[in-house]
Every structure is written in structure tokens, then in C-alpha cells.
Design a protein around this ligand. Structure first.
Ligand SMILES: Cc1cc2nc3c(=O)[nH]c(=O)nc-3n(C[C@H](O)[C@H](O)[C@H](O)COP(=O)(O)OP(=O)(O)OC[C@H]3O[C@@H](n4cnc5c(N)ncnc54)[C@H](O)[C@@H]3O)c2cc1C
Length: 465
């Protein structure tokens, strides 16, 4: 009988290093099966992620075989319906790592109760985070709402932890199968051609994540504090999709960084800190996943304008830095952080469109989409978040372009219609009166709103709340 079976529920944990649940399963059992539950409807509005997921499953499956472990993918309607059947089988122990989203953490409690009732041994482990959500609170036991004091505490708390001896995955004795109805990862890849473009830019795997981190520390981290603002430089690590899918653990990032006493490390780890902070926020204030963290924004007079929304999504607003960002997103599944802030600000302030529309579109396109960072990022931009940019601070897309894309190289890369436009006009092509270089309205759109008018309108709208 399969008495000695360990099951590992794989979520966003596509790594062997610091995969605490999987490592423990292979330590305790000589027969282990890893299973992934593919909930198709979850990915209905997360199209680009299906590509990364499919690739990750393909790669991880091969990697696990070396350890005599099968990865079985099961298509499910809901997690609950799947587990209801699993509770009834009792010849295994089950392991998984935490996912720091309120729904998952709530579901964990349901699983504990039912595994216990059915006499199945379950084991849950730390997920991809430095500190557990509950570990970092203010002196009075309430959650932090401001980043700087949060991170001061979180960083100190993490530094004080006794480093654990790193355990490694063990090879299983025998490869076995467990589930009857499994699917192939090929069924997960999107059917359209859109995601094919991603192949050019990304190689989803644990090894790639690790080598990207090492290269970043070696060549880039020293200049990170400054270079991170310039979208044309590859000044950031571009690790976000790997972190999102757990191809690298943030503890590994931390450990690799502090080995080097290089300038830039603190700033870089602080950004990892923002990710931690955002996960804390969504768990203590889950209402912000569905709407404004700050309730006063519930009365904000947002406008509905399909024409504007489509122009924004397509990168046809007439503001080059905004359009470049939106086209980078569509082509690569990723967008530079500075530009995320610019395009976000443009949507909510210049176009007065609710941030929820932007959040939805990013969710569908971003390969690094994660609930905590996306919802918090959007609310930071909109001013409705916990520690957000004030609404009245309105980015001027022309000045932002001139400051952070001085030569216009980023714009020219993603908006090729503007390739011949001289530097002086690259962020305000409507001032160029030479039709031989650019025929505005034909080659590239006129701005859909006038910056100064839009700014005043936004400030007036803000006064209403
Ligand atoms: C409107 C908006 C939406 C966003 N949506 C997401 C999202 O869905 N997923 C996502 O991972 N990030 C999101 N971000 C945060 C940030 O833009 C990305 O994490 C960053 O651009 C990823 O690139 P990188 O890996 O090169 O970052 P680096 O600068 O190299 O930073 C390293 C890591 O730190 C974390 N990080 C960096 N900046 C931030 C930040 N501002 N907030 C939280 N974590 C950060 C990420 O995990 C990142 O991979 C959003 C930001 C905005 C303004």
C-alpha cells in the first residue's frame, strides 16, 4: 500500500531552494508527488500569467524528475471541490507553503479543520516572505499603516532571527503517480499569439532567476538608487515575475545581497520591503482588494470614458512616455516602475478614470501580477492607499519624460512612429511643426487631453471629496 506518500500542493513555489514544504516532504517520505491545481476561471482575466505558468510547470516538471518526483496538474472548478474528494483518501500526508493573500490564508484554516477531522497529517510552511504577516506590528499590537516605521521594524526583526541551517531537497526512492485525471501543461498556454512575444524577453526558471540576481548584484546594484528611475537603462533587477511565481525566495535575495557590502543594497532591499508591506496591508485591510483603502475616495467623481480608456490601453494617448509604457507592457508583459507610476497617474488624474480599471488591465497583462503589489501600487498612485502619494501631486507627463527619458530613447524604442522626432520635441511632439518628420493626427495622435486643463479638472474633482 502507498503508506509512505507525501503530497506537496504547489502554488507559486517553482523552486527547490528554500521550498520549505517540499523539502520537508522529501525528508519524511520516500515517495512524493507534487500537484498543481489549475483553476481555469482564475486566469480568465490574467491571460499573460498563463504563459509564465505553463512555462514554469514545464520546466519544474523536468527538474523534479531528477529527484524521482512526478508533478501532476489537475484541472479544477474550485479548490474546495477538489479537496472534498481528497479528504476521503487517507493514505498520504500533505504539505504546502503559505500564500499571503486573505482568501488563501482563510482556506488554510478550512483545510486544517478538515484534514484533522479525516485523520490526515498536514504540514504548512512559510511562503515567499521574509517575516510572517503577524510578526510585524506596532507596540500597541495594531498594524503599521506607514511604510518607513514598518520597514525599520521589519528589517530589524528579520536581522535578529537566528539563521536556520539550510535544508536541501532529498531524492525520492521511487517515482509514483497519484491522481487519476491529470492534464498536460500545454493546455494552460494561451491560444492566441500575444504571449509568443514573451519568449523573446523571458525564460521562466529557478536557475534563470538566480543567475539574473547574481548578475544584477555584480553589475548593477551599486548604481541602483539612481539608475532605477530611468526606464531606458536596465537599472532594476527585473526579478518581479520570478519572485511572483516563487522561482526565487526573498530570503535568497536577502542573503545574496548582504554578502556584498555594495552601495545600493539597502535601497534594493527596501524595495523588497515594499512588497512585504503591501502583503501586510492586504491581510490587515482586506477591503482594499475590492475598493479604496481610504473610504473618502468612495465619493470621488470618477468618469466613464471608453474612448479614453481604450486609447490608454493601446498606447495612443498622444503623450509619448505614457504610450511607450503601455506598449512596453503589452509587448513584454512587464513595465518599468517609474513608468507604471506615470501611466497610472495619467489614467486616474488626467483621464479621471477609476484606478480599478487600471488595476484590472495590469492584472491581465503583467507577468509579475500579484494582488498585494498591484492593488497597493494602484492605490499609491491614486492617493487612496495607506501610505500613498497625495492625489493633488499630479505627474506632468512631459516633465516626467524629459527628466527620466532625457534623450527619448525609451520612447523611440516603444513608439517607433516618433523615431525621427528631435530630442527637443520627443515628449511634446505636438510642438513640432514639421510635417515631413511627423504628421500629427496621422502618424501619431494629438494629445487626448491638454495637460494643464486636465490637471485643474482633477484638482477640482479632488476638492469634492
Ligand atoms: C500601478 C502599479 C502597479 C504595480 N503592480 C505590481 C504587480 O502587480 N506586481 C509587482 O510585483 N509589482 C508591482 N508594482 C511594483 C513595481 O512596479 C514592480 O515590483 C517593479 O517594477 C518590478 O521590477 P523589478 O523586479 O525590476 O524591480 P526592482 O526595482 O529590481 O525591485 C526588486 C523587487 O522589489 C519589489 N518591488 C520593487 N518596487 C516595488 C514597489 N513599488 N512595490 C512593491 N514591491 C516592489 C518587487 O518584488 C521587485 O521585483 C506596481 C507598481 C505600480 C506603481
Amino acid at each position: 500500500m502507498r503508506k509512505n506518500i507525501g503530497l506537496f500542493w504547489l502554488k507559486d513555489d517553482f523552486r527547490l531552494k528554500k521550498n520549505f514544504g517540499l523539502i520537508e516532504a522529501t525528508k519524511n517520505h520516500n515517495q512524493v508527488v507534487v500537484f498543481y491545481l489549475y483553476k481555469k476561471k482564475k486566469f480568465k482575466n490574467q491571460e499573460s500569467q498563463r504563459w509564465w505558468l505553463g512555462k514554469s510547470l514545464e520546466e519544474f516538471k523536468k527538474k523534479l524528475l531528477i529527484y524521482n518526483i512526478n508533478l501532476e496538474i489537475i484541472s479544477v472548478e474550485s479548490y474546495k471541490s477538489f479537496f472534498e474528494k481528497l479528504f476521503k483518501i487517507k493514505n498520504y500526508s500533505i504539505y504546502w507553503n503559505k500564500t499571503y493573500e486573505p482568501n488563501y490564508l482563510k482556506f488554510d484554516k478550512y483545510l486544517f479543520k478538515n484534514f484533522e477531522l479525516n485523520g490526515v497529517k498536514y504540514n504548512i510552511f512559510k511562503g515567499n516572505i521574509l517575516n510572517e504577516i503577524d510578526e510585524i506590528k506596532k507596540g500597541d499590537g495594531t498594524p503599521f499603516k506607514v511604510f518607513t516605521p514598518y520597514w525599520r521594524n521589519a528589517e530589524r526583526f528579520y536581522l535578529d532571527k537566528i539563521p536556520s541551517i539550510e535544508k536541501k531537497i532529498s531524492k525520492c526512492k521511487k517515482k509514483i503517480t497519484f491522481f487519476k485525471k491529470i492534464i498536460n501543461e500545454k493546455e494552460i498556454f494561451p491560444k492566441d499569439n500575444w504571449s509568443k512575444k514573451f519568449e523573446k524577453y523571458w525564460a521562466p526558471s529557478e536557475d534563470k532567476a538566480y543567475s539574473e540576481l547574481k548578475n544584477f548584484i555584480k553589475d548593477k546594484i551599486e548604481n541602483y538608487s539612481e539608475a532605477r528611475n530611468f526606464p531606458n537603462l536596465i537599472g532594476t533587477s527585473k526579478l518581479s515575475p520570478y519572485i511572483k511565481h516563487g522561482q526565487i525566495h526573498v530570503e535568497t535575495i536577502w542573503e545574496e545581497c548582504i554578502k556584498f557590502k555594495k552601495k545600493g543594497i539597502n535601497k534594493y532591499l527596501t524595495e523588497i520591503g515594499w512588497r512585504e508591506f503591501n502583503h501586510t496591508l492586504i491581510n490587515f485591510f482586506p477591503h482594499m482588494l475590492k475598493g479604496n483603502y481610504s473610504k473618502k475616495f468612495d465619493k470621488f467623481p470618477w468618469e466613464t470614458n471608453q474612448k479614453f480608456l481604450i486609447a490608454w490601453k493601446k498606447g495612443l494617448t498622444g503623450y509619448p512616455i505614457v504610450d511607450a509604457g503601455m506598449r512596453e507592457l503589452y509587448s513584454t508583459g512587464w513595465m518599468h516602475n517609474r513608468v507604471r507610476m506615470i501611466v497610472g497617474s495619467f489614467l486616474v488624474k488626467h483621464l479621471l478614470i477609476n484606478w480599478i480599471e487600471g488595476e484590472k488591465y495590469f492584472k491581465n497583462c503583467l507577468l509579475d501580477y500579484n494582488e498585494a503589489n498591484n492593488v497597493s501600487g494602484w492605490q499609491w498612485v491614486a492617493g487612496s492607499g495607506a501610505d500613498a502619494a497625495p492625489y493633488f501631486r499630479i505627474f506632468n507627463p512631459i516633465l516626467q519624460g524629459e527628466k527620466f527619458d532625457r534623450e527619448g530613447d525609451y520612447v523611440k524604442k516603444w513608439v517607433p512612429e516618433l523615431k525621427k522626432v528631435p530630442k527637443k520635441f520627443i515628449h511634446k511632439p505636438w510642438e513640432l511643426k514639421d510635417k515631413n518628420i511627423l504628421n500629427l493626427g496621422l502618424d501619431y495622435p494629438y494629445p487626448i487631453v491638454i495637460h494643464e486643463n486636465a490637471r485643474l479638472k482633477a484638482l477640482n474633482a479632488f476638492k469634492k471629496i
